[in-house]
Design a protein around this ligand. Structure first.
Ligand code: PMP
Length: 325
């Protein structure tokens, strides 16, 4: 019994009950541990789907180059798929992403171009603009554009959603996930709400991001945009993959609260997970404390693994420098 390549190991991740960090909260709180994917993140699911769909549409041909702007995790999924299928990869990344993420992508053969964080998305130096420019210049290249590519949410509609429905035997009442491109929560939420429209989906956002205000007022407020440290969630754009009708409410979580909860997950639950997992759990539990009933089952998606943050939130010295310890 073996898989033909590592890409076939994507999906079917375990779901685990929280036992300590949810102390005092009614109902059952489960986490879907996405670091069990071969690239150690939830983004493997959509990476392989974007490539599959591009191949089918004739957008990606043998020997082609995949170019993407990525906070690291999508890049890993794309790089693993590229190895299995014989493509080259060039990734643009903002300089706030952890050094570990850059090194991991280089380790799996990708070329990484680091771009400044503190420029607007349409600035020619931004990682979005550089990815587009390279795509225009390099022949036989494909720019998946995870923000607007429907294959992203579709991957979660086809895999993450059905897995959660089966693993909870249809008992899920609340879904909680961080929102970056929106693919995870919207694809998963769409499937689950089709099974049971009463399921509530809670999107976790960061301070410095536009989502929460946009959901509540319909206003894209540039004053909401400022730099923050949490990696992978919150945006200064409205990606097409964020379908606001599929997210019932947003909760914002600070960088510090997210970091502290991430460390607590490692120490108290044995879940050595990434920073946005702390955001997701902190925000979801804030909601659960007030709204969850004894019979409810909440599922929180934990996107990635702790190794990517060893130099930051798992480093006591770094935490002290932030004033967080
Ligand atoms: N957490 C991390 C660490 C991520 O890399 C991402 C992807 N940007 C997310 C959360 C959010 O997932 P999505 O893009 O599907 O909204």
């Amino acid at each position: 019994m073996y898989l033909n390549n590592i890409v076939e190991a994507i999906g079917n991740t375990p779901m685990v009950k929280l036992n300590r960090v949810n102390d005092g909260i009614k109902g059952t709180v489960l986490v879907k541990v996405e670091y069990f994917n071969p690239g150690n993140s939830v983004k493997d699911r959509m990476a392989v789907k974007m490539i599959d769909d591009a191949e089918k549409a004739g957008l990606l041909k043998p020997g082609g180059t995949i170019i993407e702007g990525t906070s690291g995790n999508t890049g890993m999924g794309l790089a693993l798929t590229a190895i299995a299928r014989g493509y080259k990869c060039i990734f643009t990344m903002s300089d706030k992403q952890s050094k570990e993420k850059q090194d991991i992508l280089k380790a799996v053969g990708a070329e990484v171009i680091v771009c400044p964080t503190n420029v607007s998305a349409d600035d020619p130096r931004s990682y979005y603009s550089i990815a587009r420019k390279l795509n225009a210049e390099i022949p036989n290249s494909f720019y998946p554009n995870q923000y607007d590519n429907p294959s992203n949410a579709q991957a979660h509609y086809e895999t993450t959603g059905p897995e959660i429905w089966e693993q909870t035997e249809g008992k899920i009442t609340h879904l909680a996930a961080g929102v970056g491109t929106g693919g995870t929560i919207c694809g998963t939420g769409k499937y689950l709400k089709e099974q049971n429209p009463a399921i509530v989906s809670v999107g976790l956002d960061t301070y410095g991001s536009v989502f929460k205000k946009y959901k509540e007022t319909g206003i894209f407020d540039e004053d909401e945009i400022y730099s923050y440290k949490t990696e992978g969630i919150g945006e200064d754009i409205l990606p097409k993959n964020v379908d606001f009708d599929l997210i019932d409410l947003f909760i914002k979580v600070t960088d510090k609260d997210a970091a502290l909860m991430t460390r607590q997950l490692a120490k108290e639950e044995g879940l050595f997970v990434g920073w946005s997992c702390g955001s997701a759990v902190h925000g979801a539990l804030e909601y659960a404390r007030e709204h969850l009933k004894e019979a409810d089952t909440m599922v929180i998606i934990l996107p990635d693994h702790g190794t990517r943050y060893l130099g930051k939130i798992y480093n006591d010295e770094w935490m002290r420098e932030q004033g967080w310890l």
